[in-house]
Design a protein around this ligand. Structure first.
Ligand SMILES: [Zn+2]
Length: 279
């Protein structure tokens, strides 16, 4: 602070002293209680006991009729609305289910068989997930099921692994919408996979291919096991999570609420998925 061209130290000191006194008084009045931080609720991690092999399997599975099986997961759904609405005017779950259904159509057009983890209206029954997990010797943490009466990320991780053991799934993709507060300029696609996945090389190639067709407007990240999303790290099958854009960015939000844009993205993704699993 400058008064008549000179710093007024006396004034600053007086103000400081007053501030320190008020601070001490506040601490004394509060009984020196530590600041209580809000409790963070963390979802338990699936206990699937997967031992990663150092080498990718010799060949990817093939369905009996030679068709590739792709599992498409519409992120969130039901009580779990995901992010939004932000600039989209709708929640993430509404965008992801649309995108998943368009991707299913596009993949089927290319001759693949598609399994949706859910169709936006029904989802696997809790009892069925528990029974199937038992059948496969997958340990379920009770709290993971009890505290989530929706098809949660925890259940999704378990369910993905059950599907991968029941069906010869060649590729798994989970679709999501990103968001960031107070930074509407942040935009673009983000693709994540776990670098410890035995199909790491294939996933890296998929990221590169996608990057080329999307004009590099995509960040591809091979995450460490502990930092990976649940759906990308608990299965040996090639698994990726795609954030299709930012609900907080005007252009991305406009894109993701356009059926034509979603269909176009679905066709691009389908072509790259089929290309990577067939080569
Ligand atoms: Zn999401």
């Amino acid at each position: 602070m400058l008064i008549k061209g000179k710093p007024c130290f006396a004034f600053e000191f007086k103000k400081m002293k007053k501030f320190v006194l008020i601070l001490i008084l506040c601490i004394l009045l509060s009984g020196c209680r530590p600041i209580e931080l809000p409790e963070t609720v963390t979802e338990p991690e699936p206990d699937i006991n997967i031992e990663y092999e150092t080498q990718a399997p010799e060949t990817l599975y093939n369905n009996n009729d030679g068709r590739k099986i792709i599992c498409v997961d519409a992120g969130h759904g039901f009580d779990d609305v995901g992010c939004g609405p932000y600039l989209m005017g709708c929640y993430e779950k509404e965008v992801t289910i649309k995108a998943a259904k368009y991707l299913k159509v596009a993949l089927e057009e290319l001759g693949a068989e598609v399994i949706l983890t859910h169709d936006g209206e029904t989802y696997p029954d809790e009892k069925d997930i528990i029974a199937a997990a038992e059948r496969h010797g997958i340990t379920l943490k009770e709290e993971g099921i009890k505290e989530n009466n929706i098809f949660s990320a925890y259940e999704r991780g378990i369910y993905e692994e059950i599907l991968a053991r029941d069906e010869a799934i060649d590729f798994f993709i989970s679709l999501h919408v990103n968001s960031v507060e107070n930074a509407s300029y942040v935009d673009g696609y983000e693709l994540y996979y776990c670098k410890d996945n035995p199909n790491g090389i294939l996933l890296s190639q998929f990221g590169q291919n996608l990057s080329e067709v999307l004009d590099n407007d995509i960040s591809v990240e091979a995450t460490a096991y502990e930092d990976s999303y649940i759906v990308t790290k608990y299965s040996k099958i090639p698994s990726v999570l795609l954030e299709m854009g930012y609900a907080t960015n005007p252009q991305d939000a406009k894109n993701m609420t356009s059926d034509a844009w979603l269909q176009n993205l679905a066709r691009t993704l389908a072509a790259e998925i089929v290309n990577i699993v067939e080569n």
